[in-house]
Design a protein around this ligand. Sequence first.
Ligand SMILES: CC(C)(COP(=O)(O)OP(=O)(O)OC[C@H]1O[C@@H](n2cnc3c(N)ncnc32)[C@H](O)[C@@H]1OP(=O)(O)O)[C@@H](O)C(=O)NCCC(=O)NCCS
Length: 163
Amino acid sequence: MGRPGPLTAEQRHLPQVRLRPAQEEDSARLLALRNDPDAVGFSVSGRAVTVEEHERWFRRVRDDPAHHRLWIAEQGGEPVGQVRVDITGGTGTVSIAVEAGHRGRGVGTSMLQAVVAQVGVEGAPSRLTSVVRSDNAASLRAFAAAGFRQVATGAEFLELEWP
Ligand SMILES: CC(C)(COP(=O)(O)OP(=O)(O)OC[C@H]1O[C@@H](n2cnc3c(N)ncnc32)[C@H](O)[C@@H]1OP(=O)(O)O)[C@@H](O)C(=O)NCCC(=O)NCCS
């Protein structure tokens, strides 16, 4: 018998996460997640946001649920990250962040699988996409494990798509 290969995400035991819609009282947590140093470094803008920018953005998201879905992920009742889908036409752009203390344990993969399952059940948007920095190995692997594939390659960023 040969040596066993590395476990795929399907074979790996992933933590159970529950997605709940973000509420007004999640604002400070969402700002902290957005301005986490890794999240800033891997973001498209590459910069932190101000409290005012964040509050304006969060109000816009809450006021327009047809175009913005934003969830807090919980594990055992504890918030462990956020994931959102910004919808234009039939396409949803996915953004994700896991709390620093919970990274590298399968939470991000589980969150993305939950979003894909949710979108599958709702039947919309029909297409998901994400833009990920080419050096963000954890993000690229998490999206791949949730069924995303690479459709465009730039030097700095890759575009991923589901299905
Ligand atoms: C990117 C992020 C969401 C991934 O979530 P996570 O819970 O840390 O990731 P997981 O534990 O589910 O791991 C996903 C895969 O990456 C691998 N991985 C985890 N941490 C890693 C690291 N630091 N370097 C390389 N690979 C890593 C895991 O082994 C796993 O791969 P596998 O499925 O082949 O075994 C999370 O790390 C994060 O919030 N980072 C900061 C913000 C950010 O980068 N957001 C995404 C912007 S596109």
